[in-house]
Design a protein around this ligand. Structure first.
Ligand code: ADP
Length: 226
């Protein structure tokens, strides 16, 4: 569903910085790919291209067979809004909106009709185990609950691909485990996941492991099934 063919990214500088060297990667439906590497290795550059937030300076990036580098900005934004869900380290929830409202607002940009948003948001919050916390403001939720709201917001759009950027980076290890378990369950239900992490233990949760070092992307040999 997501295919990198010789995808590379050089920032113009001066001096120019090649953040991602030409890379091939094919993410298939139902994969759980983790991308790990030290700080400055090119993970964000990879994620920005995979999430259609940035375009490569070399090669071709295909999402469901569409060459996304060839799209006009508005079309790329539309594809991103409908096809890709994002989960970030710092949750990015609106503090003065309830959990339910945060999830509903995520659907506005994806063009989900107004009458469907409330129902889908309630269902997504139920799916992440927060049906009883719909009316809560983010400040009244624990870190793990906030991240589950952010995951519900991404899922409500029914994306083809969920991109997670250090989703457990702000969580203590016990809470991180509940979020990782939720991601495992989503993957078991068929969701395609790409997760960026600098943490090797977290990276081991994926069914496919990619590492980036100095802009060079490599896939490790497959590990045994979970
Ligand atoms: P990571 O996410 O692994 O920390 P990044 O993808 O952010 O790594 O960065 C990879 C390299 O590209 C680093 O050397 C960084 O300094 C450089 N870089 C990232 N963004 C830019 C930019 N907008 N302009 C110039 N250099 C950049």
């Amino acid at each position: 569903m997501l295919e990198f063919r010789g995808v590379g990214r050089t920032y113009p500088g001066p001096p120019p910085v090649t953040a991602l060297r030409p890379a091939d990667l094919s993410v298939r439906r139902g994969d759980f790919v983790t991308v790990s590497g030290p700080s400055g290795s090119g993970k964000s550059t990879f994620l920005n291209i995979a999430g259609l937030l940035d375009t490569p300076t070399e090669g071709t990036c295909l999402l469901d067979g569409i060459d996304v580098g060839g799209l006009a900005d508005a079309d790329r934004t539309a594809v991103r809004g409908r096809r890709i869900g994002f989960v970030f380290q710092s949750f990015h929830l609106l503090p003065h909106r309830t959990a339910q409202e945060n999830v509903e607002l995520g659907m506005v940009y994806a063009g989900v009709p107004g009458r469907e948003r409330a129902e889908r948001a309630s269902a997504a919050l139920r799916d992440v185990g927060l049906g009883h916390r719909r009316a809560a403001l983010p400040g009244r939720l624990s870190g793990g609950e906030r991240q589950r709201v952010a995951i519900a917001r991404a899922l409500a759009v029914r994306p083809a691909l969920l991109l997670c950027d250090e989703p457990t980076g702000n969580l203590d290890s016990a809470t991180a485990e509940t979020v990782l378990t939720l991601l495992d369950e989503l993957n078991d239900q068929g969701m395609t996941l790409v997760m960026i992490t600098h943490d090797q233990t977290v990276a081991a949760r994926g069914s496919r492991r990619v590492t980036i070092r100095d802009g060079v992307l490599n896939e490790s040999a497959p590990t045994a099934a979970r």
